[in-house]
Design a protein around this ligand. Structure first.
Ligand code: SF4
Length: 617
């Protein structure tokens, strides 16, 4: 039987302008309808930040740090935290998360929701302890990189168990793709949450608590944890992450066509440089982990050869490392790791930054940018010193780098001409994950139709969502229809409060554990309805913020162009197809002409109050 602290959604609202702190509890009915994470985050954002009148850097914008039922329990990987805000890269909703400890520590210190409002009168740090919340001047921490900041702040604040979320110079200087960095190497990245935090003059939040658990480790939790671990280990993805971490994508992305290379201009790179066998010669690794994670797939590495020999850093995930190696034409893996470290230290979203770097290099190589334009920076493929300087200049808004604050789409528009054909971005105006999503049409729509601008789910058969037949990869109507089901299950992984790698398999073990924590009696069907509710509410919010069907369809030419060489050249011959979009809308109960959730869909999901907001005519 369940035991320990029952799940209620305890909220604290911090007005940074006045210093006023208000505590409350979210009503149980709303909590069950939205569960946690992305779900409660978008519900609060929808109700409290009207995107028709508020801009991302306005004091009226809010940042919502949101935990979820699994957070802080012994469920594996349950340290994840979710952030919702109105983001500056797209002017649409931000919904982003990081692993680590922050979500667990929020629950340990006593809050499932932290809402940040207003703008601090001076640069500040928020200290959250068991016995109170304090706003301190940021003082000596201003301008500091995120690695040093976390070390120094944690030493200063002390306490038994800590977790920090902070911004670097990129966030301070309102770079539209600035991230919030958590717990040494975990990043709340997509759509500029770090810039919104910077606009509020908040350099860091640190939690310091004497508590380390929200459950008492009863027998049924032990069995449920074991079931969840078994289910996760049995999946191909889980098995890879457990053994070799996400760098295994260099070996496994089928069939090596998913490694992004030179701004998607080619799919040919020196595979041997990045093979597992070669990686082991480059890196001396000590494993580290996140809250309640036995897999410990992260680690600290020492580089053993190449220009960066002797450099010690957190091992990057596949995406940033691909960003600073293959995607910028660099074969020196040690230099790639060094640039990942700098990128996180300055406080950038590595995904957007990777495609900013690869775009300007391609423009330089093809004569669209000159040395005069770049202030003397030789932005050639593989030039890691020039990219190091570029990152510093962007973060501090200096010289040529100072013009690159707006992300890939805005840079294409600034350079103009052929650059408009080189940029890699979705219709929302956001670069994809640093994977070549064009490896299959089913993967391509993962980003193209993602409400959050980050992972949105792959189209494929899955009986849990009613996709029972095999998928025909040339049937675009079926791809759209299936993705409409798949991505409901996919977004729920951002609602539960656990690392994606432990919730990407079957829903049953996860839903069972949530019932143990909450005392609910949910089944998979009710949880899928939660997913549909969250998805339609997020779409309605984005419609209010200016998203249209036409904008969603306007994926950049380079992103929509099938691979020109490499393993899938001639195999993948078409990516963009209107049938995918329209069948996706139909499956979700959205209007095919406008992509708006239909009134009957909103009523069915208990979202009647949304109807007048988006169906004014
Ligand atoms: S699998 Fe990796 S990212 Fe996920 S919780 Fe474990 S160490 Fe963290």
């Amino acid at each position: 039987m369940a035991s320990g602290v029952p799940y209620v959604n305890r909220m604290v609202r911090i007005d940074l302008t006045t210093g006023k702190i208000t505590k409350s509890v979210l009503d149980p009915e709303t909590t069950r309808k939205f569960v946690g994470g992305y779900g409660i985050g978008i519900k609060l954002l929808y109700d409290e930040v009207p995107p028709e009148t508020v801009r991302p850097f306005d004091p009226e914008n809010k940042i919502i740090f949101q935990a979820a039922p699994l957070n802080g329990t012994k469920y594996p990987g349950s340290g994840i935290v979710h952030v919702s805000t109105l983001g500056p890269l797209t002017d649409l909703m931000t919904s982003a998360q990081s692993n680590g400890y922050f979500g667990a520590r929020m629950r340990h210190v006593g809050y499932e929701t932290i809402i940040l409002e207003g703008v601090a009168p001076e640069w500040s740090i928020l200290v959250i302890r068991d016995d109170g919340i304090e706003i301190r001047p940021a003082g000596k921490y201003l301008g500091m990189g995120t690695w040093q900041l976390q070390d120094e702040l944690e030493a200063e604040i002390g306490g038994k168990y800590q977790s920090t979320a902070c911004i670097g110079p990129a966030g301070e200087n309102l770079i539209h793709y600035a991230a919030i960095e958590c717990d040494h190497g975990h990043v709340i990245a997509t759509n500029g949450p770090g810039a919104v935090m910077g606009s509020k003059k908040l350099k860091a939040i640190i939690i310091s608590t004497e508590h380390n658990s929200v459950d008492t480790w009863a027998d049924d939790f032990v069995q449920a944890r074991k079931d969840a671990l078994d289910a996760a280990s049995a999946s191909g993805l889980g098995n890879m992450v457990k053994r070799v971490g996400t760098l295994g994508y260099f070996d496994n992305l089928p069939p090596r066509a998913g490694v992004p290379t030179k701004n998607y201009s080619t799919n040919v790179y020196d595979y041997e440089q990045f093979s597992m066998e070669n990686r082991e010669q480059w890196l001396d690794k000590t494993r580290t982990t996140c809250w309640a994670c036995p897999w410990a797939h992260t680690g600290v590495v020492k580089i053993t050869k190449g220009k960066a020999k002797g450099f010690v850093a957190e091992e990057p995930e596949f995406e940033p490392l691909a960003g600073f190696t293959t995607n910028m034409g660099n074969d020196d893996m040690g230099e790639g790791i060094r640039l990942c470290y700098i990128c996180e230290d300055l406080g950038f979203d590595g995904k957007e930054m990777s495609f900013v770097v690869s775009l300007v290099i391609e423009c330089f190589e093809k004569g669209l940018l000159t040395l005069e334009d770049t202030g003397g920076l030789e932005l050639t493929w593989g030039n890691t010193e020039a990219v190091d300087q570029l990152l510093q200049d962007i973060a501090h808004r200096r010289g040529f780098g100072g013009k690159l604050f707006g992300g890939v789409k805005k840079i294409c528009e600034m350079i103009g001409g052929e650059a408009l054909n080189f940029g890699v971005y979705s219709g929302r105006g956001i670069a994809p994950n640093v994977v070549d999503e064009r490896m299959t049409p089913m993967a391509y729509y993962n980003l193209t139709l993602s409400e959050t601008g980050s992972f949105g789910g792959f189209s494929g058969p899955d009986p849990e969502v009613g996709n029972n037949e095999p998928l025909d990869p040339t049937n675009f109507a079926q791809i759209g229809w299936y993705l409409g089901g798949n991505n409901t299950k996919w977004l729920l992984m951002d609602v539960y409060g656990s690392c994606f790698f432990y919730s990407a398999g079957k829903m049953g073990p996860v839903v069972h554990f949530i019932n143990l924590v909450t005392g609910w009696d949910m089944d998979n069907e009710e949880m899928l309805t939660v997913g549909e509710r969250v998805k339609s509410l997020a779409r309605a919010y984005n419609i209010r913020a200016g998203l249209t069907k036409e904008r969603e369809l306007a994926v950049s030419p380079r992103f929509s162009q099938p691979p020109v060489d490499g393993p899938t050249a001639g195999v993948v011959t078409k990516l963009w197809d209107l049938d995918v979009f329209e069948n996706f809308y139909k499956r979700n109960g959205w209007d095919v002409a406008t992509s708006k959730p239909l009134p009957e869909t909103l009523k069915k999901l208990g979202l009647e109050y949304v109807i007048p907001d988006i169906w004014k005519d």
